[in-house]
Design a protein around this ligand. Structure first.
Ligand code: G6P
Length: 470
């Protein structure tokens, strides 16, 4: 194990910066530190350039375990964790990133009461600035001459501008994994904050988005509030599913075991409408349940013959609105089960405990996958299900998911706010002929895997390196 900050790390040629890093630590009862590695597109992207590429991943300490690891000088090769003070991180991450920027980009405010940009907001904003500055300084310190830096997401919008000032020699990219707000919604933000966010982003040489729609929304905001995007280039990179990994992983024994258990829970001869989400406010799980209830009302013939398997994994539980949302998902599921359930049939199987193997099992057996977000940068579940599905699966897909643009032709598409339309789409999915389902799934799977994570990452890196330093 190398220290988090050795000399080799000081001359990194490729740097990635993100709030959440590829590893997290837990202090065990005996005082030892336990490291847990995460997955995702960036992890496989970085592994594609190989260990000799001189890459460094700069991330924030998120938990007490992480901060303890930094304090003890424990770390992994190629990762630098920043010991941002807990209160600063709390304000920046929960206060600004998750409660303001996430809300703005996903259109989540209940505007009669919120947002209210008050003194407390300004206090938190100062923490967001400090947290972004900590990243910019660390990157400036560790980047080799002319290195490529790939900054990730809404947590770090100010980093490109700050880093440009510290190190004009670097090639700086930023990628948004979320949607970008439309002009009128972005306009909710105070004028100086809007401008600071846009100027921060425009400090990059190149900005990446998941779809043309989000890229255009960003450009429109720049035109309206910052006199245009200037010299910054804008690219679209539609992250796809990792077919090789998914196919291999979904046929391991632990997945087979969970499939058998799930089949038993669903019951012989019944169809399954599956959804798998991190319970973010934008995922629209509640309207999904309402649509399912509507289906049982409109088509009583489905009673006892279908089960809604809903995996809603906890996310951002430090925020009260997220906890309340989770509680509403639970309450409505119980209400449906109480009203419609019979001794041999539980209409909704809700599970809140994150279990990747069980998610894959549900993907494999799903008859219908429900992906109905209010708004979503991409939504990888929509792309993973068709890849993993054993016998073909109908995909009910929100037109507001980034994945819509690549999958719309073979999905059954819905307005996420329209519960009746969603109920009809579920019925259509359940009654789709097996051959058609299989055909569509094949095409969905091809579209979903067009840009695997490693290529997605390399494309961005190459595009950035091709830009001549000005
Ligand atoms: C979602 C978004 C990403 C974001 C991530 C952060 O998956 O699509 O854009 O980076 O949430 O999640 P976290 O659990 O770190 O708040």
């Amino acid at each position: 194990m190398a220290s988090t900050h050795d000399t080799a790390a000081r001359a990194a040629e490729v740097l990635v910066a993100s709030n959440r890093g590829p590893v997290s630590y837990e202090v065990r009862e005996d005082g030892s530190l336990h490291a847990k590695r995460g997955g995702g597109g960036l992890v496989s992207g970085l592994s594609a350039i190989g260990p000799e590429a001189g890459a460094l991943w700069v991330c924030s300490a998120l938990s007490d375990g992480d901060r303890e690891a930094v304090r003890r000088g424990v770390g992994e090769e190629g990762v630098r964790m920043l010991a941002v003070p807990a209160d600063v991180h709390e304000d920046a991450y929960n206060g600004i990133a998750n409660s303001v920027l996430w809300f703005v980009h996903h259109l989540l405010y209940q505007t009669p009461l919120e947002p209210a940009f008050d003194a407390e907001f300004r206090r938190q904003w100062a923490s967001y600035e400090a947290y972004n500055r900590a990243f910019a300084e660390a990157l400036a310190e560790d980047a080799a001459d002319g290195a490529a830096v790939l900054v990730q997401d809404y947590h770090l919008c100010l980093v490109p501008g700050m880093l440009r000032e510290l190190r004009p020699d670097l090639r700086i990219g930023h990628f948004s994994h979320t949607p970008w707000a439309p002009v009128d919604y972005f306009a909710l933000l105070p004028a100086d904050i809007r401008e600071q966010l846009l100027r921060g982003m425009l400090g990059a040489d190149r900005l990446g988005f998941l779809t043309r729609r989000w890229a255009d929304a960003f450009t429109a905001c720049c035109t309206e509030f910052a006199g245009g995007p200037g010299k910054t280039r804008i690219g679209v990179h539609g992250l796809g599913a990792d077919a090789d990994f998914l196919r291999e992983r979904s046929h391991r024994p632990d997945v087979d075991e969970r499939m058998a258990a799930l089949r038993a829970e669903i019951g012989e001869g019944r169809k399954a409408i599956v959804r798998v989400d991190r319970t973010e406010l934008s995922k629209n799980i509640v309207r999904g349940l309402l649509a399912y209830r509507q289906l049982l009302d409109d088509h009583p013939e489905w009673r006892e013959r279908v089960v809604h398997v809903a995996f809603a994994y906890p996310s951002r539980q430090d925020l009260a609105v997220y906890r309340d949302y989770m509680a509403e998902v639970r309450r409505l599921s119980e209400e449906i089960n109480d009203a419609y359930g019979t001794p041999g049939w539980t209409p909704v199987l809700l599970n809140l405990k994150d279990d990747f193997a069980r998610s894959l099992a549900a993907y494999r057996l799903a008859d219908v996958a429900l992906v109905n977000p209010i708004r979503d940068g991409m939504n990888l579940v929509a792309k993973e299900v068709p890849v993993v599905s054993d016998e073909g699966c109908a995909l009910v897909l929100s037109r507001e998911a980034g994945a819509y643009w690549e999958l719309r032709e073979d999905a059954i598409t819905v307005n996420p706010y329209d519960v009746l339309e969603t109920a009809r789409a579920l019925h259509e999915g359940l009654t789709m002929k097996p051959e058609e389902r299989a055909e569509r799934t094949k095409r969905l799977s091809a579209a979903a895997t067009a840009l695997p994570p490693a290529q997605w990452f390399l494309d961005q890196l190459n595009a950035l390196r091709e830009i001549q330093p000005s």
